[in-house]
Design a protein around this ligand. Structure first.
Ligand code: IVH
Length: 681
């Protein structure tokens, strides 16, 4: 009888180890976690407690003694010179204080100072600089062996290729690659516009973006970096090395590495506690995500004295911020129809304040997700901000479920047009089958007229809605046969605004082929693919005539995109649409400026645009560059010809200044466009 508790504990320990390994793999190696961090942390705490209760049950190789996240096979392995350890966690203020007391007991005195840093929610990497140049970047992997991601990290504007003067001959630093909230929102906005799957949260997006086999893909993702720790150092850089961690951060900043300015040095642990409480209250003011505060002993000699366990240093702890969850009533589950016809279920919620804003609706993604979560109208549900940005319904509070509730069923008819909703075999998504569904028509026209596409002023949501509802247009070709006499009779349309609309539509006939292809909303065709197709085929006619193999042969395009483009072009109604566009005078060449003779003054130049320009939008600025033969990459490197910096320029401006890349204001940019010359030339 006496052995039973141990047997029970052993079975649970084994189960927990299995679960933790699996979720570790999903999180670290595959970048697609299935459970929230809080649930994962709870598994680890339970296992740690069970193992602590009976040390005989703790074994080497238990997830509690290793870091998690094996190296991915696709990349070359890098054996870290010094292991990249993880951090122990404190889940509440008592645990945080208990840690400081453990530290003091071990030392026999209270350390004189602590450093509090934000715990950035991204992906740990180690950067190795030799003689001031970055020679290697590696992910953490299992802490001992990581993946070589040098080429990918080199595309991150924040990461200097070269350090400033005074760098030691070998300097290895650790830090976090992350995606800012604005960059994440912008990426998802662009993907939605191109009918591509949107990403779930900034952390996983950053991790997935960094582990791309093709660094060119990483370069299109606006990743950032904060440095927070020194690894291996060899030789001296001509000055005394810092003796404290806070001083070390300043030193790293002086060398040109991006150091977060919210790190503080505090001499009293009560202040540390106040500080973490203050960070918790202000986490929404940051434009990047954090999941805690890291508290470190400042003095480096004391750090050394405290040492590390196999998993984590004793001189630091991660205070995990409580997850932002709350419960509210699920009023109903409705289905919204996207511009591509996709039927997405979403939860209509009793408004509730969570994660810094009021949430009244949350996506439920697709039928499977609703089934898996089994949330039902009328349930109390747990809501949280996934990665701080997107509200997510985690699941029902079963104990409060009302008697007689039944599982939700996906509607069979489109809520907008009443046509059938169909879920194609093997797909997670459900679609409205009628392409004349007004929601789809409106969506296609709005996208066609949008800034990045045909850029037609005066074609906002409300007007498109009006034109479609009034039967003035049923597809994008209808834009070019608008009945202006009828429009003149509508309320709010004076003579000038009708003329402006007429002019804006006329101007759009001149847009280059890439813009048109993007505007057509061909599945998988975003701006980049559209430009690649335009460059490769030169005209709409040549692209229509191309076989699927020819499209696939275009550099950077794969079979999925090729099949999608070819299929779209040869779909009867689409072919008819293209004919009507041509008749309306929309038949662009790859680049209008070539055809109209705009001098190619920027040939061979790479001009990066950042910040907000007063005179033109960012897309427009990029167009102006590419139509003059230049390139407009997304990040600054030593090869950049110039950076055009508008209002609110940040890391790209710092990087350009550091690399000595000329920085242009709007006036200088206008001159460059006209003459191809930089200031002082
Ligand atoms: S120090 C040996 N500082 O948190 C100490 N880590 O949960 C190494 N992290 O692997 C880590 N912000 O990816 C440190 N300011 C910060 C951090 C930080 C985020 C991450 C890092 C680490 C993980 C541990």
């Amino acid at each position: 009888m006496g052995t039973r508790p141990v047997e029970g504990a052993l079975a649970r320990i084994e189960e927990l180890r299995g679960l933790i390994r699996r979720h570790n793999e999903l999180y670290h190696t595959l970048d697609s976690p299935e459970i929230p961090d809080v649930d994962f942390d709870a598994l680890v705490v339970e296992l740690r407690d069970l193992e602590a209760a009976d040390p005989d049950l703790a074994v080497d190789g238990s997830p509690t003694s290793s870091v998690g996240g094996r190296a991915l096979n696709a990349f070359t392995e890098v054996v870290h010179a010094l292991p990249l350890r993880s951090l122990d966690n404190a889940f509440d203020l008592d645990e945080l204080r208990a840690w400081s007391e453990r530290v003091a007991r071990r030392l026999g005195e209270v350390p004189p100072a602590w450093v509090c840093e934000l715990k950035f929610d991204g992906l740990a990497v180690s950067l190795r600089y030799e003689d001031g140049r970055m020679v290697q970047a590696a992910t953490r992997g299992d802490g001992r062996v990581g993946e070589d991601v040098t080429a990918n990290v080199a595309t991150i504007a924040d990461v200097p290729d070269e350090l400033g003067s005074g760098a030691p001959p070998v300097l290895e630093v650790r830090g976090e690659v992350y995606m800012s909230k604005p960059a994440f929102r912008e990426l998802n906005r662009a993907r939605e516009a191109a009918d591509e799957k949107t990403f779930v949260n900034p952390r996983n997006t950053a991790a997935g973006s960094l582990r791309q086999k093709d660094p060119a893909v990483t370069a299109t993702r606006d990743l950032s970096f904060w440095v927070y720790q020194v690894g291996e150092v060899a030789g001296d850089g001509g000055r005394a090395e810092p003796t404290g961690h806070h001083e070390t951060l300043r030193w790293l900043g002086d060398l040109g590495l991006p150091v977060n300015d919210r790190a503080v040095r505090l001499t009293n642990f009560d202040d540390v506690v106040d500080h973490v409480v203050a960070v918790d209250a202000s986490r929404h003011d940051l434009d990047y995500e954090i999941d805690g505060v890291v508290v470190k002993v400042d003095d480096l000699a004391i750090q050394e004295e405290l040492g590390s366990t196999a998993r984590a240093p004793r001189w630091a702890i991660a205070y995990k911020l409580p997850p932002e969850e709350c419960t509210t009533r699920l009023l109903d589950i409705e289905v919204s129809i996207g511009p591509g016809g996709q039927a997405t279920p979403f939860a209509r919620l009793e408004p509730v304040f969570v994660g810094g804003s009021t949430v009244a609706a949350a996506t439920l993604h697709n039928a499977d997700q609703v089934g898996m979560k089994d949330v039902r109208p009328g349930d109390m549900v747990i809501v949280r901000k996934a990665g701080d940005v997107i509200p997510e319904v985690l699941g029902p509070v079963l104990s409060e479920r009302r008697a007689g509730s039944v599982p939700w069923e996906f509607p069979t008819l489109c809520p907008v047009c009443g046509s059938r909703l169909v879920r194609p075999e093997g797909e997670a998504a459900t679609f409205c089958v009628d392409r004349s569904c007004p929601r789809q028509v409106r969506g296609r026209i709005e996208h066609f007229a949008s800034r990045g596409a045909m850029d037609i002023d005066g074609f906002g949501e409300a007007r498109v809605d009006l034109f479609v509802t009034e039967g003035l247009m049923a597809d994008v070709a209808g834009v070019y046969s608008l009945d202006f006499d009828r429009i003149a009779g509508f309320e709010g349309f004076g003579e000038t605004s009708v003329q402006n609309l007429r002019d804006a539509i006329d101007r759009s006939r001149q847009r280059p082929l890439g813009r048109l292809l993007f505007g057509l909303r061909i599945p998988h065709v975003g701006t980049t693919v559209a430009d690649q197709l335009a460059r490769a085929f030169g005209s709409l006619g040549d692209l229509e005539a191309a076989g699927v193999e020819e499209i696939e042969a275009v550099e950077g395009l794969g079979p999925v995109i090729a099949a999608s483009v070819h299929g779209w072009m040869h779909d009867r109604p689409n072919a008819g649409l293209l004919d009507r566009l041509r008749v309306a005078g929309v038949d662009p060449e790859a680049s209008v400026p070539d055809a109209t003779g705009v001098p190619q003054v920027l040939e061979g130049m790479a001009v990066v645009v950042t910040g907000t320009l007063e005179g033109m939008g960012r897309d427009e600025a990029r167009d102006a560059i590419t139509s003059r033969g230049g390139r407009s990459p997304g990040s600054v490197s030593a090869k950049t010809t110039a950076l055009v910096a508008g209002e609110g320029s940040g890391s790209k401006l710092a990087k350009a200044e550091q690399l000595g890349v000329p920085v242009l204001d709007e006036a200088a940019f206008a001159r460059l466009l006209e003459t191809g010359s930089l200031p002082g030339q």
